[in-house]
Design a protein around this ligand. Sequence first.
Ligand code: IVH
Length: 675
Amino acid sequence: MHAPDEAELSSAKQRVEELRAQIDHHNYRYYVLDAPEVSDAEFDGLLRELRGLEGRHPELLTPDSPTQRVGGSVGALFAPIRHSARLLSLDNVFDDEELVAWRDRVVKGLGREPTYVGEPKIDGVSIAVAYQRGRLVRGATRGDGDVGEDVTANVRTIRAVPARLRGGAPPDWLEVRGEVFLRVADFERINLEMGAAGKPLFANPRNATAGLLRQKDPNVTAGRPLTVYFHGLIRIDGKSPPSYSATLAYLRELGLRTHPEAKMLGTLDDVRAYVADMAARRHALEHEIDGAVIKVDRFADANELGATSKFPRWAIAYKFPAEEQTTKLRDIQVSVGRTGAVTPFAMLEPVRVGGVTISMATLHNAEEVARKGVLIGDTVVVRRAGEVIPEVVAPIPSLRDGSERAFVMPRDCPVCGTPIVRPEDEAVARCPNLQCPAQVLARIVHFASRGAMDIEHLGERTAGEMLDRGLVATPADIFYLTPDQLGQLPNFKEKSIANLSAAIGAAKDRPIDRLLYGFGIRHVGASAARALADAFGSIDRIAAAPSEEIAAVEGVGDVIAGAVRAYFDRPETKEQLERLRGAGVRLEEQRASRTGPLTGQTFVITGTLAAFSREEAKTRIEALGGKVTNSLSSKTTYLVVGDSPGTKLDKAAKLGVATLDEAAFTRLLAGDPPG
Ligand code: IVH
């Protein structure tokens, strides 16, 4: 083997530097500006080329090479590190009154109103990262604020943390503070993988972030998409920017990611509006937040205000209601739904979460209980986010005392005593007894519900009382109730009897898709019901149609068709239809399916159109009698192709479906030939 000649080495060296600069630049475009210039594949190509060159010329390898995200020394992992300055925590406010009180103290301290910056309060893990002459030298957790743990090897694996700063003149020492987090989508994907591998799940994104940051093997951390936003200076040797807003701009110039939702706020009303906006968009952000942080912008003002031993006076966290809490799981019971599904649910020690007090939470099904490893008597994490029903997230096994016991799915239906069945290939256990009072009640409640026949004044309580008194046994019976019978219900007087009678009368004339949906046939949701009603125009025709004909309806298919057929084949259904007919309930109608030049044609849209939103394009097609669906099939007439189309384009080619670009689509809408 001979030494590589000088010329070759020098050209390799030059190329290595070029590649590193390009990769750093693309990382900056991607992570800081959120405006990548190259595709992932092109980026990977650069990285691959660099790795190849470094492999052939190990003497060119440096620790800050973008290829060196893993494999560094981990000897110092978790050793204590003293931060250059104390990392203070934030004081909290929980409502407008407390916010105004904080702002009044600020105004009093300064003698005037300062400008502020608002920022989301990221629910992640706080870290401190130090750069010496522009090179990443260490990353540490916050710890107690003075001393944290060395997590440099793991921080290096976070691709949004640059190994070297941009620009020619970095400060000698720059120590910044930031929040490491996982996007919710990435968290969910990781948990799916963990579940599939039979490993315990992470309770939430913050938990997962903390776990990954404290991984002993940085290769594991490297495989996970941790990311970061920086939100403060700890120490800068050199000229400091004069304000927080200038700091954010400076950090971005250096290649350090800052939050895109940070905003300058001039008045108290701006601050209030910012907090309200963040609260409203809490679940629309990519990552979890637990509040908004308001900071006095100018450092001169901030210094004047100073800090207590724990908190700065110049910043405040406006905390949103916690969406997770821990509480005791008292018991697991089961409920029986409309289709007989037997679902375990948790009886909890009441706890305030997501702004309301809950004492029950769903556990979905027995498999889920086993998968989560929840025992009766456990202390559990419960969650209620937005409008979502409360759920038990995970147990806290370290708090067990040995008295906990496993949940066993009952053998028999707790309501009617019929043995519960569970088909091998289904997660759901069912009570097979169609006459089970729990199912009958749930069917009636569903039938009367807003999305179905919309019978006002007929909720779960009233339906239950009707059943108890033997006034109804099936939904059709509702239409035969006499005022006398309604008068037997507790607290039903003349007025309430008249109201309910009128509501029942009005429901006789509902569109037939509502009736069909109200039947509560398995798999038939509101949109399948609409498709069937549009296609057949009559309940009797659906009831008489062979399975293949039902399955051929766009948006239906074999599974739904099978369930519909099975439902209408039951003798009880036939009887019910006659009762409905006898009561004068509408069973057929002229469906207003618009006809026009596009009648009989089906469209699928992919990618972004310049002149129309998806909804607008859909409305235009439907106005001309055409149909728009999401799934491409050989029945599709045209695939309309916008910018950045998805995989549907390939699929259309395979299926031989004609495509229209936006210009051709516009011509078609105008009544001209598309091609
Ligand atoms: S500023 C002295 N800004 O919240 C002020 N903190 O409850 C330093 N946090 O430990 C903090 N998002 O880890 C700031 N946009 C943000 C933040 C944020 C999350 C964390 C931070 C801090 C904790 C205090």
